[in-house]
Design a protein around this ligand. Structure first.
Ligand code: ADP
Ligand code: MG
Length: 627
């Protein structure tokens, strides 16, 4: 072959600066591009062989080698695939991906938001120039009688082509690493980049560093004793490609560990396997939460034909599913389009709906067939399910019948079950607890009255119950400290006339001197309760919400507090008698204040000032006892 040089056939001289600038934040994708080209080259050759169009020696071991030499400052990607003839190099390399480059320039030259594109415009090979100031191709085509070709380009629009001395079929891409690409000469960086993008590529990839001995597997059998076999850095047949019927639990768990480095086993998983109307394979795992305060944080890795594309693309995967961990491979995925386009893409919506349905089906079948496990998992999976219900109407409709509520009796029930079994006592009302410690007194009081509440301690629960109330307008949720159910009260007995009630109220009002405090006199079944605080459900929720959204300012939603005094409590009765004696006014005031503080205390911690007064008063009372 003659020496040849020429100009790259693109209409702009400025493509390289743009590629460099544009893709700068994703500099590492050059690895993805070059290794996937190598893998494509091998897959193409295999395909030709099966079609009888290429002869390959029997003992061929297809593989890709990635060589990093930090002394020579080069990185090489070597394959024994299809190779290229000089004609092909001219066609596929010199005419930069035909119109692809122009499209790219047209669409993106003015954009600054680099997140806009996920894929690329057939510029894969040229991404090499993000890290190299010179790139060399040495290639020998599989075709009989082909001549090896060398191609060199220094990142300008000029290239040089000549005969190469390559002897074996395949292609070597050599990158002479530039200033910008130095960190990829670091073995660790390069290795982890390979692991990120190429973990599941269909051809074995070997990492080599001529300045370091290769990583080897310990020989574990006699046969292997004298040949230490290097290990590929990837897994060319990842589990998600296997048919679900052929996978064992152990394999699923091992794959989870391998991909997510999470050594806690997942709770369960869903193997997605679909061919029609679109192709998609993958495994979604429900991770175990490490502690009760941890919010779920998932990771969904998206692959396209075993090449990693990106994590957590929320335009493709329903947002709530991002709380799970998993891998998904969508071979037909339109990668080279902008993210805003994806949101409105029918194909993408179909994927999204399909996954949502699969997840709901799996949960439903667990509920139906493995109720015990489902309950066991509930504490780990409920934030995910509730979030899903909030974000996705269809998921809500599918899942709502299987949302569980843990009760103060210690079992798990559905909403319908709870309503049904409490129908006689409080129809259509669900009492709930948000903090079992803080609301312990109320829970105790509930139990005394043979009532049950559900336990809803998570941040997601408040928006979730509001959602249920919106969907089922007849149902209302009330926190245990917001209202008294009729079953907690008893018939007025003769002792309590309206007049008595009035005077007890007056006694407290005068002692506490709080104008805006509502005081309510009741006959509670539990005699041992002297007073308790009720907090209007509505104003408390408003308050909670403004806290959550960070726009809380004091006084915006004043707390609507009610002090309930139990007329049947012996202490209250004695206090009422005492009050009739004019001389005891001071004691009455002190005891009223004290009862109020006690009620407050079983509701929430006292503020500093009240706490001070409370302690002082306690001392006074103790001093009195001693006489
Ligand atoms: P794409 O892979 O999207 O076609 P690239 O810029 O990555 O675009 O590559 C352009 C073309 O160059 C490929 O389609 C292929 O024909 C050829 N090519 C690149 N790398 C190799 C290789 N290692 N072996 C054989 N052909 C290759
Ligand atoms: Mg490519």
């Amino acid at each position: 072959m003659m020496h040849e040089s020429g100009s790259l056939s693109i209409h702009s001289e400025n493509i390289f600066p743009i590629i460099k600038k544009w893709l700068y934040s994703d500099q590492d994708i050059f690895i993805r591009e070059l290794v996937s080209n190598a893998s494509d080259a091998i897959m193409k050759l295999k395909k030709l062989e099966t079609m009888g169009e290429a002869q390959i020696p029997q003992d061929t071991e297809f593989k890709i080698q990635v060589v990093v030499d930090d002394q020579k400052k080069i990185i090489q990607v070597i394959d024994n695939g299809i190779g290229m003839t000089a004609e092909e190099v001219k066609q596929y390399i010199n005419q930069i991906a035909f119109s692809g480059a122009e499209d790219f320039l047209e669409k993106y030259k003015d954009k600054t938001d680099q997140d806009q594109i996920i894929g690329h415009f057939g510029l894969g090979f040229y991404s090499a120039f993000m890290v190299a100031d010179q790139v060399q191709i040495d290639t020998l085509s599989y075709q009989e009688g082909a001549e090896p070709v060398k191609w060199i380009c220094d990142g300008g629009t000029e290239y040089k082509m000549e005969k190469s001395n390559r002897k074996e079929r395949g292609t070597t891409i050599t990158l002479y690493i530039s200033e910008e690409g130095q960190n990829f000469l670091n073995e660790y960086t390069l290795r982890s980049t390979l692991q990120k993008y190429c973990s599941f590529m269909p051809v074995e990839i070997y990492f080599e560093n001529p300045n370091q001995p290769p990583t080897t597997k310990e020989p574990n059998s006699d046969i292997e004793k004298d040949e230490k076999k290097p290990e590929p850095i990837n897994n060319p047949s990842p589990l998600y490609l296997k048919h679900p019927n052929d996978c064992t639990d152990e394999e699923y768990k091992a794959f989870y560990r391998e991909v997510f480095f999470d050594f806690q086993d997942p709770l369960f998983w869903i193997h997605l396997n679909m061919d029609y109307p679109f192709k998609m394979k993958g495994i979604l795992y429900f991770p175990k939460l490490k502690n009760e305060f941890e919010t779920m944080e998932g990771q969904i890795k998206l692959y396209c034909n075993q090449v990693f594309v990106a994590d957590n693309i929320k335009e493709v995967i329903p947002e709530f599913l991002l709380l799970l961990k998993g891998v998904m491979d969508c071979p037909d995925f339109p990668l080279n389009v902008s993210r805003s386009f994806l949101q409105n893409d029918g194909y993408v919506n179909k994927i999204s709906n399909y996954i949502t349905k699969k997840v709901a089906d799996k949960l439903k079948s667990l509920y139906k067939k493995e109720k015990e496990n489902y309950e066991k998992y509930w504490d780990d999976i409920h934030p995910f399910i509730k979030y899903g219900c909030l974000r996705d109407e269809k998921f809500y409709e599918r899942m709502n019948p299987f949302v569980l509520y843990k009760t103060t009796k210690g079992d798990y029930v559905t909403l319908d079950e709870y309503l049904e079994r409490n129908k006689e006592k409080h129809d259509k009302t669900v009492f709930y607890v948000t903090n079992e410690q803080q609301q312990a007194q109320y829970i105790h009081f509930f139990k005394e009255n043979d009532l049950e509440a559900v336990i809803l301690p998570s941040t997601i629960d408040q928006p979730f119950i509001s959602h249920i109330e919106m969907k089922k307008s007849e149902v209302s949720f009330k926190r245990v400290d917001s209202d008294l159910s009729d079953v907690m009260k008893t018939e007025d007995d003769s002792k309590s006339s309206d007049e008595t009630k009035k005077s007890i109220e007056e006694m407290f009002r005068k002692a506490l001197g709080k104008e805006d405090l509502k005081i309510q006199i009741e006959n509670l079944k539990s005699e041992n309760i002297s007073a308790m605080i009720l907090l209007s459900e509505q104003s408390r929720r408003m308050q909670d919400m403004s806290y959550m959204f960070g726009n809380f300012s004091p006084g915006m939603f004043p707390e609507e507090q009610t002090l309930v005094i139990n007329q049947r409590n012996p202490l209250v009765q004695r206090l009422f008698q005492l009050q009739k004696q004019a001389t005891q006014e001071e004691d009455v005031k002190m005891i009223c204040e004290h009862l109020y503080d006690l009620a407050l205390l079983s509701h929430k911690p006292l503020d500093a000032q009240s706490m001070n007064r409370f302690i002082q008063r306690n001392q006074t009372i103790l001093a009195r006892l001693l006489g």
